[in-house]
Design a protein around this ligand. Structure first.
Ligand code: RTP
Length: 155
């Protein structure tokens, strides 16, 4: 595809309800901007239960699934698409480990939280799931950055 031919990747990063409530949206955006990733799409929305169940479909059998859905329904989230080299893996590194206590200081979770059930952010775990999640959360599609000069200059 066009993206992979340029060694470009897209990832879906979401600030969860606790991150929004705590005013950490700007901090999270700042880190991705500072690192050199490009923001392609951004939305504040209160997701439906059905939408979240689709997003977390792989976790349906987990004992924490109902609590996870309840947590994610507790307020609005901020969903974003970020693009750039190795965006999926590097994005996950920037977020830290799923369990904040295992996250290194300097990562988002390592700097801002201590509870796995309140870990403030989500990041796609593979290129494949990133594309699925982008299609799920942005069904209207995201900007065609093939035409975006500033990005092609970065490459
Ligand atoms: P995310 O999808 O939110 O980025 O998280 P992840 O890949 O790092 O972790 P995953 O295993 O997919 O779990 C998704 C979210 O479920 C919550 N969780 N709670 N109580 C628990 O033991 C537990 N385990 C996971 C977390 O909010 C986690 O981010």
């Amino acid at each position: 595809s066009f993206f992979t031919s340029l060694n470009m990747e897209r990832t879906y990063i979401m600030v969860k309800p606790d991150g929004v409530e705590r005013g950490l949206v700007g901090e999270i955006i700042k880190r991705f901007e500072n690192r050199g990733y490009q923001l392609l799409a951004l939305q504040l929305l209160t997701p439906t239960k059905e939408h979240l169940e689709q997003h977390y479909a792989d976790l349906k059998a987990k004992p924490f699934f109902p609590g996870l859905i309840q947590y994610m329904l507790s307020g609005p989230v901020v969903g974003m698409v970020w693009a750039g080299k190795d965006a999926v893996k590097t994005g996950r590194k920037m977020l830290g480990e799923t369990n904040p206590l295992a996250s290194a200081p300097g990562t988002i979770r390592g700097d801002y939280c201590i509870e796995v059930g309140r870990n403030i952010c989500h990041g796609s775990d593979s290129v494949e799931s990133a594309e699925k999640e982008i299609a799920l959360w942005f069904p209207q599609g995201v900007a065609d950055y093939q035409r975006n000069k500033s990005l092609t200059q970065l490459i």
